[in-house]
Design a protein around this ligand. Structure first.
Ligand SMILES: Nc1ncnc2c1ncn2[C@@H]1O[C@H](COP(=O)(O)OP(=O)(O)OP(=O)(O)O)[C@@H](O)[C@H]1O
Ligand SMILES: [Mg+2]
Length: 462
């Protein structure tokens, strides 16, 4: 049996050991989380104590020279493996950790249950320069909408321009603290491609700097945006990238422009056929294409599952500038219903026989959105209201960060895009196709002037 004095000592020892364990665990966590901030001072101190200050100065100078050389020779790798790591540690240590507790309390994101406080847990922080991605484990029974509502306050509290909330998995959200917009400047069109890949047609750049690609083969594309949002630039970027195949007759463009040629009239030379209204001519053209789709589908049945270049038949892209004018606002009921039937046929059956529809829409009303499911790739340029985002991109996509209603008027061509089967929506900007570019395009696709352009495309990759 222990005497009371000994028991006291033992309890004190256990308590001390417990403190030491906690201290060690915390130290390991700090070293793991801030390796640079811990190791640089430790190594500096050790170096100056062991070898003297002059050796330390020499080491520091050599290190700086090595970093400058790294930056000069491999700027991308330097940025990724050095600069962004330092920035991540810096932002975590100076912005998120010190302010987290008070901001959570003041934003009423922490909860009290009696004496216990439930506080959202700050998880992984990743800085990409223009944005910080901050993972958060929400408190039990909290919904992402609560965070959505606090976005502006959080952005101000952590010194960012804006904040986006994305649901990662149950109980975990990721906050994007945006410091600058990498898509603020227009992106010029590149040179005509040598090879056109219909599965990956590049129409711009994403905010992470990668090419923004749209799939045409086996896909239908819906582009929605208020007037002036830049639908034209998505359309012309697509035509620009298809131009070598259009010129060689491997891709055929057919257009319907119910606004009398305001859009497609800028470069009709790229199109095999164009109708400039939303009346009988346009509907007749749609029905003609629908009949072609059915014919080709019948011929392909049992022979092939998907159009390929080897069929010798052109891949057809039907561009409709204001889809709603045909299928929703056409006052003649008969024409409207015929147009709806034809569009339904082309979009639902055109995949295998090599027909793609690119539909542009200004106003995502119910009548148009009922056709949304026929389009497997959807692009939301600037929209008027938050509710429209899910109407265009699909249910729950706004919750994953696609804030198309927040795209500024000063950045036309910026869009949120989502492809069926792709989990995360992407933010991107279409190439800016200027009037001069359209002139170049016109001369490029017009057969009489083909010889003026030396590039000889190898063809279409299917
Ligand atoms: N990607 C872009 N980069 C820079 N500027 C752009 C881009 N796209 C469009 N713009 C500019 O924005 C303006 C409107 O663009 P655009 O005509 O394409 O809009 P829209 O959505 O087609 O409008 P509408 O519905 O009226 O046809 C144009 O003056 C154009 O120069
Ligand atoms: Mg337009």
């Amino acid at each position: 049996m222990l005497v009371p004095g000994k028991a006291k000592w033992l309890a004190a020892l256990v308590f001390l050991a417990w403190l030491v364990v906690i201290g060690v665990v915390r130290l390991v966590l700090v070293v793991g989380r801030y390796p640079l901030f811990v190791w640089v001072p430790v190594v500096t101190a050790w170096c100056s104590l062991s070898f003297g200050v002059s050796t330390l100065v020499l080491v520091v100078l050599s290190l700086v020279a090595a970093l400058v050389l790294w930056f000069g020779l491999y700027p991308v790798s330097f940025r990724r493996h050095c600069w962004l790591r330092v920035l991540t540690e810096w932002r975590r240590a100076t912005v998120y950790v010190p302010r987290w507790r008070s901001v959570m309390r003041l934003a009423e994101l922490s909860k009290r249950d009696g004496r216990r406080e439930y506080r959202p847990r700050l998880g992984r922080v990743r800085s990409e320069g223009w944005r910080d991605r901050v993972r958060v484990r929400m408190v039990p029974a909290q919904s992402p909408e609560v965070w959505e509502l606090r976005r502006e306050g959080l952005a101000h509290a952590f010194g960012a321009r804006s904040c986006r909330v994305r649901v990662v998995r149950p109980r975990v959200v990721e906050l994007d603290f945006v410091h600058s917009d990498p898509l603020a400047r227009p992106v010029s069109v590149p040179a005509f491609p040598d090879v056109v890949d219909l599965k990956r047609v590049t129409v711009g750049v994403t905010e992470t700097g990668k090419p923004w690609r749209l799939r045409l083969l086996g896909s239908q594309v819906l582009v929605v945006g208020v007037p002036g949002a830049g639908k034209g630039s998505v359309l012309w970027s697509l035509v620009w990238q298809l131009a070598p195949s259009v010129r060689d007759g491997l891709v055929r463009l057919v257009g319907i422009d119910p606004k009398g040629g305001m859009e497609l009239g800028q470069c009709p030379d790229a199109f095999d056929r164009v109708a400039y209204d939303n009346g009988a001519d346009a509907v007749a053209l749609l029905e003609e294409i629908a009949t072609e789709v059915k014919d080709r589908a019948t011929r392909y049945r049992g022979v092939r599952r998907l159009w390929a270049r080897s069929t010798g038949e052109p891949f057809t892209v039907l561009v409709v500038d204001e889809l709603a004018d045909l299928i929703a606002y056409q006052p003649d009921r008969q024409l409207r219903e015929r147009a709806q039937r034809a569009i339904q046929t082309i979009t639902s059956q055109g995949r295998a026989p090599g027909y793609a529809v690119v539909g542009l829409v200004q106003d995502p009303r119910k009548e148009v959105v009922s056709f949304r499911h026929l389009f497997t790739t959807r692009v939301a340029l600037r929209l008027d209201e938050p509710g429209q985002v899910d109407m265009v991109l699909g249910d729950g996509v706004r919750q994953r960060g696609a804030a198309a209603h927040e795209i500024g008027e000063d950045t036309p061509g910026v869009a949120w895009t989502k492809q069926d089967g792709q989990r995360e929506p992407e933010r991107a900007r279409a190439f800016h196709v200027t009037d001069d570019d359209l002139d170049t395009l016109r001369r490029y696709v017009r057969p009489a002037e083909v010889r003026a352009f030396p590039t000889s495309p190898e063809g279409v990759a299917a």
